[in-house]
Design a protein around this ligand. Structure first.
Ligand code: HEC
Length: 163
């Protein structure tokens, strides 16, 4: 009985080792690409647009923006896991992720962390209802997007292809 159980366990290990990764290599990068694009595309309409509107005085109920800031930083945490090695253009031709993401990984992670930290700082100002602090925090948030994006929304950047 024990022998049978361990033989099965061994077989499934083999299964994971041989079939698992090769199947993953064929399907996962395209899915991962879709997931990270989805999250990125939602950042502006889902979270940051209202934050920017608040800095222009178009939204005056500030505390709910702290919730958006927290949610955005959670999305960023998730995002940082969606750039595994092997999910660049070699596997997904339509990705705009540059190879520098994998050759300069520490810089890339630092850029995500920086955006998350600036977002949290913005959220704290919003939570306190401090419009001035919020306005002061906003350019740092925008700059942190620019660290990867280079500038206006269609521009490339250190970690993202122009087209
Ligand atoms: C750590 C680097 C980094 C930061 C910071 C960053 N992005 Fe991105 N972003 C990328 C990469 C890389 C892609 C391309 C992903 C892909 O195609 O696989 C991308 C894609 C996008 C896309 C999808 C469409 C496209 O052009 O590829 C949007 C929209 C976007 N980002 C918005 C933002 C906004 C808004 C911020 C700031 C709130 C931001 N990003 C911050 C790296 C970053």
């Amino acid at each position: 009985m024990i022998r049978i159980v361990s033989a099965c366990a061994f077989a499934s290990l083999l299964c994971l080792a041989s079939v698992g990764p090769s199947v993953q290599a064929q399907t996962a990068p395209a899915q991962i690409f879709k997931e990270r694009q989805e999250i990125m595309k939602q950042l502006w309409p889902g979270y940051y647009r209202d934050m920017s509107r608040a800095t222009r005085g178009e939204i005056t109920d500030l505390p709910p923006l702290a919730v958006k800031a927290t949610q955005a930083s959670e999305q960023l945490k998730k995002l940082s896991t969606l750039f595994p090695a092997g999910s660049g253009r070699e596997a997904v031709p339509e990705t705009r992720a540059k190879p520098e993401i994998w050759t300069q990984r520490a810089d890339f992670n630092a850029a995500i962390d920086k955006l998350a930290a600036e977002t949290v700082a913005f959220g704290e100002a919003a939570k306190a209802g401090n419009a001035d602090a919020m306005k002061a925090a906003w350019p740092k948030v925008a700059e942190a997007c620019g660290a990867c994006h280079g500038g206006p929304s269609k521009s490339g950047g250190k970690f993202r292809f122009e087209e």
